[in-house]
Write a protein of this length. Structure first.
Length: 208
């Protein structure tokens, strides 16, 4: 079995992985702060099996916490997301157990993955990339998250601005010391896909 990574918690991230990841809505006179909504944040990944004859896909079920600050006028932003690596899920218990073992994520020792960025790039008023660092399996490496889409709406039930983004990234799990089976797969490449939503907050950081 082989599979990776990411963001995030695993993440990615990652996404993520942490993921994520976020950006500011079209016209802003000042920075806005968002708290990620764990119930609507989803970090998934895919990686090759033996010699890439097939691809395994999985996800992280829990994003522990996350906050994003965005200023579309100043073209600045920051992201801080923590993912629960122990929640890795391939839809197959045997693979889940192996992925959590010291062969892969070693979640007993490294239970979380963290993505942090202080560099959010904009195309006009729309965020398109977040360059930051992913800490996974006790190793920190630079990771660039591509923001494929970003949109904000008034939440119809909570009556507060809700923003959502689709983000992606690609990492090499060997860079994070997760190299079990890489010689058999022929590649340590892991693709991350991050779906994320967050709610406008009145100040930075998670609100309690």
């Amino acid at each position: 079995m082989n599979r990776f990574n990411l963001g995030f918690n695993s993440g990615f991230t990652l996404g993520c992985a942490a993921l994520v990841l976020f950006l500011s809505s079209p016209a802003r006179a000042e920075a806005k702060h968002y708290n990620l909504d764990p119930a609507h944040t989803y970090v998934s990944f895919e990686a090759p099996h033996i010699q890439a004859i097939s691809f395994w896909r999985g996800k992280f079920d829990h994003t522990q916490s996350g906050s994003v600050t965005l200023d579309s006028e100043a073209k600045t932003g920051s992201i801080d997301v923590t993912i629960d690596a122990t929640s890795i899920d391939f839809g197959m218990q045997k693979m889940n157990d192996h992925a959590k073992s010291p062969d892969f994520f070693d979640v007993a020792k490294f239970p979380t993955a963290v993505f942090k960025s202080d560099t959010v790039k904009f195309d006009g008023a729309t965020p398109v990339e977040a360059d930051g660092e992913l800490t996974l399996h006790g190793v920190t490496k630079p990771v660039a998250l591509k923001i494929n889409s970003f949109k904000c709406i008034p939440d119809p039930m909570l009556k507060v601005e809700r923003c959502g983004a689709d983000a992606s990234a690609e990492i090499n799990r060997s860079d994070f010391g997760i190299d079990y089976g890489v010689k058999m797969t022929g590649s340590g490449s892991v693709k991350l896909a991050i779906q994320v939503e967050g709610l406008l907050a009145d100040k930075p950081g998670p609100q309690h």
